[in-house]
Write a protein that binds this ligand. Structure first.
Ligand SMILES: N=CN[C@@H](CCC(=O)O)C(=O)O
Ligand SMILES: [Zn+2]
Length: 418
């Protein structure tokens, strides 16, 4: 028996309908495909029709008795939010670093003293697979409670084959155990592990020859990411890592120009990276190069806030023609949050995106940044019924009433999960 759900009478339905056009830039970032008194007809987890309630009443009146009706009066309805950049699988926690930064230490000071990524690497190496599953499950529950239905997750707290595989296997298992869709990225090049200190190129060789083939062989990742940053991996080393990943079918991503301007945005364009992350210090040429190559800027304003840095130039990037996505960057050091609604608000306040652009950046463009735009990120016929009902009457109110969780209910593949 078919399971039919009919969401009716949404005060505002933001469909983000995109007709498969690919990541949106410039004015297209403001087109939300709004429908007043909107309606969605879902069969077996797949969207079959989207329109006004009147239109769908006309079309489906003879099947209406078969449907579970969900009254969305006075509610905003959007696609499930997509988080295209997280480090959600990790052991332990780093609250002491939060205090240290408030006392004046920088992110890099802490990392160079063996804390930061290295501290989480120690704790993740020590954790069992089961412990990581339990910890990560809690974070995924919190994502879901905030309206997020698809999450990209990176390895990178192993930096040895055993632990990188452990993190990626945890994601694979969670994919089966949790309603959220997890999209895996290999990030063995997150830092140079302490056992390779002073032998950075050797580590890059080891990663290329001994790690990448196994990760790709076991089909544990779709993307390959690198932390291209002064004191971590140079643009040359980053390029080698990303080009090697390409040969194994892994799509490049790059943590670029977060702390210093280092040519990361330019490299992203050069290697054909699907997205470049952070970009707080991206150069003007880098931004132009990304607009030309169609590289999506994945901006992380919660991280900038948490590190008390000026956020990326989101407004300027959109005006220059770069497609912008946004993300929590959920990680134990620089952004321990799972709240995409907070990130949308910060995108408006600290990067001067409009509320409409912020919603596009957290849904359709975010889906494009992880190659999922055919399945999620908009409410269109044939797509997964990943849908959020919000206790606000329009998308502006969603961004305006900040710091509060407005989720009323979350539907994943047509099943109510919150
Ligand atoms: N900048 C590099 N990596 C992560 C932070 C990882 C950590 O501090 O544990 C990021 O994207 O912010
Ligand atoms: Zn990151």
């Amino acid at each position: 028996m078919k399971k039919t759900i009919w969401i009716k009478h949404a005060a505002q339905l933001a469909t983000l309908a995109s007709e498969g056009k690919g990541a949106r830039s410039k004015e297209a970032m403001s087109e939300l495909g709004l429908i007043e008194d909107g309606s969605v007809w879902i069969e077996d987890g797949v969207i079959q029709a989207v329109g006004t309630t009147k239109e769908l009443e006309k079309r489906f009146s003879s099947f209406a008795h078969e449907a579970e009706v969900v009254d969305a009066s006075n509610l905003l309805v959007t696609p499930g939010l997509v988080d295209p950049h997280t480090h959600v699988v990790y052991g332990g926690s780093r609250e002491r670093e939060f205090e240290m930064r408030l006392e004046g230490a920088t992110y890099m000071d802490i990392m160079n003293a063996g804390g930061g990524i290295h501290a989480t690497t120690r704790m993740t190496r020590e954790a069992t697979e089961e412990e990581l599953i339990v910890q990560t499950m809690r974070r995924l529950d919190s994502f879901l409670a905030h309206g997020v239905t698809t999450v990209e997750g990176k390895s990178g707290y192993g930096m040895n084959l055993e632990t990188e595989l452990k993190q990626l296997r945890v994601m694979k298992k969670l994919q089966e155990q949790h309603p959220i869709d997890l999209v895996p990225t290999f990030m063995g090049a997150h830092a140079v592990p302490k056992e390779f200190k002073g032998r950075e190129d050797e580590f890059v060789d080891h990663l290329i020859h001994d790690m990448l083939p196994v990760v790709a062989g076991e089909k544990l990742a779709e993307f390959n990411d690198v932390f291209c940053e002064k004191g971590v991996f140079t643009p040359e080393q980053s390029e080698r890592v990303l080009e090697a990943g390409k040969r194994f079918g892994l799509i490049p991503k790059i943590h670029a120009d977060e702390i210093e301007s280092y040519g990361g945005a330019e490299l992203a364009a050069k290697v054909g990276s699907i997205s470049a992350e952070h970009l707080l210090k991206a150069s003007d040429q880098g931004i132009k190069a990304m607009a030309k190559s169609g590289t999506i800027a994945c901006l992380l304003p919660a991280t900038a806030l948490y590190l008390r840095e000026e956020a990326a130039a989101g407004r300027k990037m959109i005006d220059e023609g770069v497609a912008v996505a946004i993300s929590t960057d959920c990680n134990p050091g620089s952004s321990p949050t799972t709240s995409m609604p907070l990130v949308m608000n910060l995108a408006c306040i600290s990067m001067r995106l409009t509320p409409a652009e912020a919603l596009t950046a957290a849904t359709y463009n975010a889906a494009c940044a992880i190659n999922r735009e055919k399945q999620v990120g908009s409410l269109e016929v044939g797509k997964q019924a990943d849908i959020v009902l919000w206790k606000v009457k329009n998308y502006q109110e969603l961004q305006y009433l900040f710091g509060v969780n407005h989720v009323k209910s979350v539907w994943k593949k047509g099943v109510r999960v919150v």
